[in-house]
Write a protein that binds this ligand. Structure first.
Ligand SMILES: [Zn+2]
Ligand SMILES: [Zn+2]
Length: 463
């Protein structure tokens, strides 16, 4: 166990150590600072660090040597294990985790056995980030202070790489998928080095990550709802608000009503879409989609081959009045369709125990999404289909459809996520409704199983 009991003498100790009282007023910071205090004496002996941005050496010192629990993937499978924290890099931040959300895209790593979903021999703390209280920062960290509550986002936003400088923080080159190495942040009891998924982890009592993954969240929102924003919520919401903003009064179609699709549905509602059609095979998800802003939901299994034509008819225009001369005022041909289509449908990594979609590879809904985008309309793809897709080359080349390939929904975390938090604060974006399972950390594996089975919509693990 890593949490230490509250100490009645803490105020005196803090005054002696020079830790800011501002931080103490923030939720959870007492436990965090207690850890820093406990560590400060050993750190002072171990390291000769330079001063940090809060002006004292001991207050920001990372709890090196502290043993914390984490959900660690090894070739044989994933399990909760104890990790001993190593010294951190100068631009890293130590965060005591409050909550992390279970993304479908890592279920094979969470649930796979005997090498399935494994990435070599390494020991890896799983996760796409989370939310927590900053416990310590390295000496070059400038934007984050101990005591701050931060969202650790799934995708970094360094602000300095080639893509960030061109406004594309969603493909920041500090992302391990762009070649940034995964660094060891500790070791298991047997000495095995431990890395973290995306250099963030999330399913650990501590997250140790670079400053460019951290977005301050000065808000009273619950850890569970903030955790929904770190990856899936930001992805779905950002896709239709900041990446490819919905035109108000337009027709929007969203394929898939998991947490990503539901976030896009809410974003489309916030942006003033006149019609929001959700395509989803699971009844509970269709119901939630309707609660959160869908004006109509369709079951792709019932629609079958008629789905695309049905959507085109629904989006053909507001009136069937004829123009002078008898011409049709509505869209016709492949001009019929949605102004903006989002697909959040991915391939089934494991077989769901509830209703399945029409194609486990997700190629069919991805193609349908393109087909029901009107000529000159816009298509955003956020899912992870499996295989190769074929489209009629002439219409692909010449009919004006614009395809935006999703990567974290096109989100620039540092500038966009604070705006998304404001949408929660204003009651416009309902993150809580998407938290259909909140499990204690000890039940991380069961939470991933429910996500895999699709018996829940959004699962969050609480610490
Ligand atoms: Zn994720
Ligand atoms: Zn960058």
């Amino acid at each position: 166990m890593c949490k230490k009991p509250d100490n009645p003498n803490i105020t005196k100790q803090l005054e002696d150590s020079g830790i800011s009282r501002r931080n103490l007023l923030k939720k959870g910071s007492v436990a965090a600072v207690t850890g820093a205090l406990a560590a400060s004496s050993q750190i002072a002996a171990q390291q000769n660090t330079t001063s940090t941005n809060s002006g004292t050496q001991s207050s920001d010192a990372p709890p090196v040597g502290e043993i914390f629990r984490a959900f660690v993937r090894q070739p044989a499978g994933a399990a909760i294990q104890e990790v001993r924290l190593a010294p951190i890099r100068e631009n890293m931040v130590v965060i005591r985790t409050e909550a992390a959300q279970c993304c479908y895209s890592i279920i094979n790593q969470a649930l796979g056995e005997d090498g399935e979903g494994s990435r070599g021999d390494e020991a890896r703390i799983l996760g796409h980030g989370g939310v927590g209280i900053v416990e310590a920062v390295g000496p070059s960290v400038r934007r984050i202070r101990p005591g701050d509550r931060v969202l650790v986002t799934n995708t970094p936003n360094c602000g300095e790489c080639y893509n960030c400088l061109r406004g594309r923080g969603d493909i920041c080159q500090m992302n391990p998928s762009a070649g940034e190495p995964l660094v060891s942040i500790g070791e298991l009891a047997d000495g095995t080095p431990v890395i973290q998924h995306n250099n963030t982890g999330g399913f650990g009592e501590l997250m140790v990550t670079y400053e460019w993954y951290c977005v301050p969240a000065f808000t009273d929102q619950t850890p569970a709802e903030l955790a929904m924003l770190g990856c899936v919520g930001a992805c779905g919401l950002g896709a239709v608000t900041t990446f490819v903003p919905v035109d108000f009064g337009s027709n929007v179609v969203v394929f898939g009503a998991g947490p990503v699709g539901l976030s896009s549905i809410q974003g489309a509602r916030i942006m003033g879409a006149s019609q929001i059609i959700a395509i989803e095979p699971i009844p509970a998800r269709r119901e939630l989609a309707q609660q959160l802003g869908a004006t109509l939901t369709l079951n792709p299994n019932e629609e079958g081959d008629n789905l695309v034509q049905h959507i085109r008819d629904l989006c053909s225009g507001p009136t069937d009045r004829k123009l002078i001369g008898g011409r049709d005022s509505r869209m016709n041909g492949d001009s019929r369709g949605a102004d903006l289509v989002v697909t959040s449908v991915g391939a089934d990594f494991r077989t769901p125990t509830v209703e399945r979609g029409p194609d486990p590879s997700a190629l069919l809904p991805t193609r349908q999404a393109w087909e029901c985008t009107r000529a000159a309309g816009r298509l955003i793809t956020l899912g992870l289909p499996r295989g190769d897709i074929s489209l009629p080359a002439g219409a692909w080349s010449n009919r004006g459809r614009i395809h935006y390939a999703g990567q974290y929904g096109g989100v620039n975390a540092k500038s966009d996520v604070p705006r998304f938090i404001q949408l929660i604060n204003q009651g416009l974006f309902d993150a809580n409704a998407m938290v259909t399972l909140a499990a204690p950390f000890e039940q991380t594996k069961q939470a991933f199983q429910a996500v895999s089975d699709r018996t829940t919509i959004g699962a969050v693990v609480l610490f």
